[in-house]
Design a binder for this molecule. Structure first.
Ligand code: F6R
Length: 242
């Protein structure tokens, strides 16, 4: 694992943005794995700015998002479809048909999980996966106890995740309790992974990710088994790591 320590959120976002830009410049038709949430917002802003200035193009890029809430229409302001559209896709020159997220309103979720997993495979797999980190060590919506070889699956969200994500909803009762998520097995197939982490609330989870036992109780600890992981984290998040 390569660890890059930044002074704050802004620097973390800037470095992540530069890393993605370099990757897109090296491979114009790259397959990017993307995350939602507060952590990558600054990186998306930076990528949008650079795209507007003509310094990077997403015309040939294909994206796959990690997850989507079950029960939310793509137009719902709390859906991850909506998040990606508002925070990234609508501002850049990416082709809509090249952006993919799991369908949170599928008729048959078993079929949907298989479809998504196969879609990623059929496009050649993910070259560069961006991840955020849950306070409980989750990656995507793979909560503690998830199998390390899990494919795209339907999952129940942990109480810690419902609590953390309630900030985006009117009340905690409105937070969907299930999601479709790329599995840990799916994520580990990515050729390169960048984990972005910011803030003291993530310090314990990040310390366990880097130095803890590799265990399904801490999903992110699986990243110790991947050969090409870069962690870009700010000082607050790395507080418990020497
Ligand atoms: C989002 C995702 C989640 C988040 C994690 C951190 O697509 O898969 O694992 O990355 O919950 O969320 P934030 O960045 O909001 O702290």
């Amino acid at each position: 694992m390569k660890i890059i320590r930044t002074k704050d959120y802004a620097e973390m976002s800037q470095l992540a943005c530069e890393h993605v830009m370099d990757a897109v410049k090296n491979k114009a038709d790259i397959n990017l794995g993307l995350a939602t949430g507060s952590t990558p917002e600054g990186m998306y802003e930076c990528l949008i700015e650079n795209n507007k200035q003509g310094k990077v193009s997403f015309k040939k890029v294909t994206t796959f998002n990690l997850d989507e809430y079950i029960g939310l229409e793509p137009e719902h302001p709390n859906s991850y479809h909506y998040f990606m559209e508002e925070n990234f896709f609508k501002h850049i020159d990416i082709q809509a048909e090249n952006t993919h997220l799991p369908n949170g309103i599928a008729d048959d979720f078993e079929k949907e999980c298989l479809r998504y997993e196969k879609l990623i495979e059929s496009k050649g797999g993910i070259d560069l996966q961006i991840l955020g980190l849950g306070t409980n060590g989750h990656i995507a919506f793979n909560e503690p106890g998830s199998k390390f070889d899990s494919p795209t699956s339907i999952v129940d969200l942990a109480q810690a995740t419902l609590d953390a994500n309630a900030r985006f909803f009117d009340s905690i009762e409105d937070v969907p309790t299930q999601a479709v998520t790329m599995g840990i097995g799916s994520i580990m197939k990515a050729r390169e992974i960048i984990l972005l982490v910011s803030g003291e609330s993530k310090a314990e989870a990040l310390a366990k990710t880097i130095n803890g036992e590799v265990t399904e109780d801490v999903p992110s600890s699986v990243l110790q088994n991947h050969s090409n992981v870069t962690i870009i984290a700010d000082e607050a998040a790395l507080k418990l790591v020497e």
